[in-house]
Design a protein around this ligand. Structure first.
Ligand SMILES: C[S@@+](CC[C@H](N)C(=O)[O-])C[C@H]1O[C@@H](n2cnc3c(N)ncnc32)[C@H](O)[C@@H]1O
Length: 213
């Protein structure tokens, strides 16, 4: 489902950004929200970072603080036009996350912020496979997205948000066990952290490093 507010939020970036900033208050504001999934990683200036489903560059901007080598990928030409304006220091590529026009083993980190909930279960499986393909051995996949709240007090706010702005795929994702899906695909060291009463999840997962014999 979703209401008329969903297309409006995609048409007007100020509305999308205002909603995202308000939601980010549950974890202390936009800066913590945009960098939460990267916590604990050692990032350096020579690393190649991919902002998967980058939208208008809302998170891409924060990634460029870690490395000058940042690419944002999104399917929407309008979002990419805005991203190029908002984050001129990054590069942008148009494409589907489930069939990325990017070569194998290219990135040290692939980050996906608040986008996996827009995918069907099949799309999500295809995207996770693609992430594994474009990561370097030893590279890290990070994501931040909704989660079923553990604290019942967070259910009304999340349910209202999903009803106003999201579609059925967001509800489907709440039923998914993404750490298990990633482990089954071959990711190693999959770790999940929950925030905001459990209504937000951060996942970090590693593409297994090459082993030498
Ligand atoms: C909710 S926005 C998130 C934007 C940004 N990452 C953020 O954190 O605010 C989801 C983005 O995913 C993009 N998207 C949805 N499905 C996609 C797909 N299959 N492949 C690539 N991009 C997709 C949309 O165009 C949109 O820009």
């Amino acid at each position: 489902m979703a209401t008329f507010l969903r297309p409006l939020s995609y048409r007007y970036q100020w509305l999308f950004d205002g909603i995202a900033r308000t939601a980010a208050l549950t974890v202390g504001g936009e800066q913590p929200f945009r960098t939460l999934a990267l916590q604990g990683l050692t990032l350096s200036q020579d690393m190649a970072l991919l902002d998967l489903c980058c939208g208008s560059g809302q998170t891409t901007r924060f990634l460029t603080a870690y490395s000058p080598n940042v690419i944002g990928l999104d399917a929407s030409p309008l979002s990419l036009q805005r991203a190029e304006r908002n984050v001129p220091q990054a590069q942008f590529v148009q494409g589907w996350a489930e069939a990325m026009p990017l070569e194998d083993s290219r990135f040290d980190v692939v980050h996906c912020s608040a986008a996996i909930h827009e995918m069907t279960d099949d799309q999500r499986a295809a995207i996770f496979k693609e992430v594994l393909r474009v990561l370097k051995p030893g590279g890290i996949f990070t994501l931040i997205d909704f989660h079923r709240p553990q604290n019942p007090g967070f259910w009304p706010g999340l349910a209202l948000f999903l009803w106003l702005f999201e579609t059925q795929t967001a509800w489907q994702m709440l039923r998914a066990n993404m750490p298990q899906e990633l482990s089954q695909l071959g990711f190693a060291g999959v770790a999940q952290r929950l925030y905001a009463g459990g209504s937000l999840q951060v996942i970090q997962a590693q593409k297994p490093p090459l082993t030498t014999v």
